[in-house]
Design a protein around this ligand. Structure first.
Ligand code: GLU
Length: 468
């Protein structure tokens, strides 16, 4: 990605298009689209060999209409101010679409993670957290980071541990989400973005009329799909799609693209990649001529789950998928979006489709603030109640339940089940909201998702009397 790529401008272009379908005040819209706070920091890292290097990072809080602000932290060489601002803005709109009560934020450190040892990454993460704290850019009621491209549970645990050293806040665990379960994390967070992608794509495929327009049968069963990026989001999206009956026929990764008409065995491929260091050469697959060629395969669904700007004016006219599920943030440029839309492609946009991560982050944050695991109070009570009902049924009928049936029918909901149910409900509800708006205004789903969030955020500003 070149530095001249204007990601924030692209987001605002989509915002402006959607804003014209609302009746909101122009000044209020201007306030909504800008970034409220942009923090640029530099700090020294003492490397393992004793040398000193300057590290550059950002944290952007896009909107304070709800607090805390929320969004991941990215470690990548593509990180810059424009990208962080764009991603922070997308977080605001994404949270609003799925009714997650946070303002949007995003952080990033411009590093190539491969070039640092684990202890160096730990020092970078802890120092970054300290800088955020000093500048009031982190806290359970202020701004709550999470994983993003290049970060995961380990970094989140370091962030929490650092925050705890310097803060006595009783809700300290809620200063960051995406933590390991042992550090106050929640079951299902790691899988959440990918699982949300699956729920969203499945919901789109369940709309009979919409599928008919695309010339497709309703339902996910038997649909072919291609994925770009086998990171946490891509892997879990693909895994869930396969379990839901779809067939994985192509993968694009950093090292190249592979294809198999018969379908790719995902878990064996991941194991193979661990050993061989590449997806290329995996049994039963063919290597395609260029790195991103799998994006152009003839398939029903294409899921870009890597970085932004992957579907652009250069390759858009060669994309054959009928449905594009944007698991990554900003994978389609506005030029590519127009080309694809004109061809009749259904684009399920990032500002809805990858909201599963932040949705479960919200559940994690609620768990941290309430200091109790979901299901802890009710699970056994529910089970006992179901068993009582089943025994009444046995008493008034000849029916005797087997132990297996009893176990299945008298199951109380634990944390994992509740998180999954909350995520599924959120994704289905939001899809139907934006699909209604799409039809009402005769726009695409991206514009519909923006209209939905602009109206929701606008309502909050208006009810506040705008500015205190
Ligand atoms: N980084 C993820 C996203 O872009 C998750 C953010 C969060 O959980 O706060 O949506």
């Amino acid at each position: 990605m070149s530095d001249s790529y204007q990601f924030f401008a692209q987001v605002n272009k989509a915002f402006d298009k959607a804003a014209s379908y609302t009746n909101l005040d122009r000044g209020l819209l201007a306030q909504m689209r800008i970034c409220n706070d942009v923090l640029h920091i530099t700090f020294p890292l003492e490397k393992d060999d004793g040398s000193i290097e300057v590290i550059e990072g950002w944290r952007v809080e896009h909107s304070h209409h709800k607090l805390p602000t929320k969004g991941g932290i990215r470690y990548a060489m593509t990180v810059n101010e424009d990208e962080t601002m764009a991603l922070a803005a997308l977080m605001t709109y994404k949270c609003a679409v799925v009714d997650v009560p946070f303002g949007g934020a995003k952080g990033g450190i411009r590093i190539d993670k491969k070039k640092y040892s684990e202890t160096e990454i730990e020092r970078i993460t802890r120092r970054y957290t300290f800088e955020l704290y000093k500048k009031n850019f982190i806290g359970p009621g202020l701004d709550v980071p999470a994983p993003d491209y290049g970060t995961g549970e380990k970094e989140m645990a370091w962030i929490l541990d650092t925050f705890r050293q310097i803060s006595t806040d009783i809700n300290a665990e809620g200063c960051v989400t995406g933590k390991p379960i042992s550090h106050g994390g929640i079951r299902g967070r790691k899988e959440a973005t990918g699982r949300g992608v699956y729920f969203g794509v499945r919901e789109a495929c369940n709309h009979v009329e919409d599928m008919k327009e695309l010339g497709l049968e309703p339902g996910l069963e038997g649909k072919t799909f291609v994925i770009q990026g086998l990171g946490n989001v891509g892997y879990h999206a693909a895994k869930n799609m396969i379990e839901g009956g779809a067939k994985l026929i192509g993968i694009a990764e950093l090292e190249g693209s592979i294809w198999s008409e018969e379908g790719i065995d995902l878990d064996n491929l991941v194991q193979y990649r661990k050993e061989a260091g590449t997806i290329l050469g995996f049994e039963g697959t063919k290597e395609l001529e260029t790195r991103d060629k799998a994006l152009e395969l003839d398939c029903d669904i294409l899921i870009p789950a890597a970085l932004e700007n992957q579907l652009n004016e250069k390759n858009a006219s060669r994309i054959k998928a009928k449905i594009i599920g944007e698991a990554a943030n900003g994978p389609t440029t506005s030029e590519a979006h127009e080309i694809l839309k004109n061809r009749g492609t259904l684009i399920i946009p990032d500002n809805y489709l990858n909201a599963g991560g932040v949705t479960v982050s919200y559940f994690e944050w609620l768990k941290n603030l309430s200091h109790v695991r979901f299901g802890r109070m009710g699970k056994r009570f529910e089970e006992t109640s179901y068993r009582k009902i089943l025994s009444v049924i046995e008493n008034i009928s000849d029916r005797r339940f087997t132990d297996k049936e009893l176990e299945y029918l008298a199951q109380g909901a634990g944390e994992g089940e509740l998180v999954d149910s909350g995520l599924e409900e959120t994704m289905i509800q939001a899809y139907n909201e934006i699909n209604e708006l799409r039809k009402k205004h005769n726009v695409d789903l991206r514009t519909a998702a923006f209209i939905s969030s602009i109206e929701k955020v606008g309502l909050i500003y208006e009810s506040m009397g705008i500015f205190p």
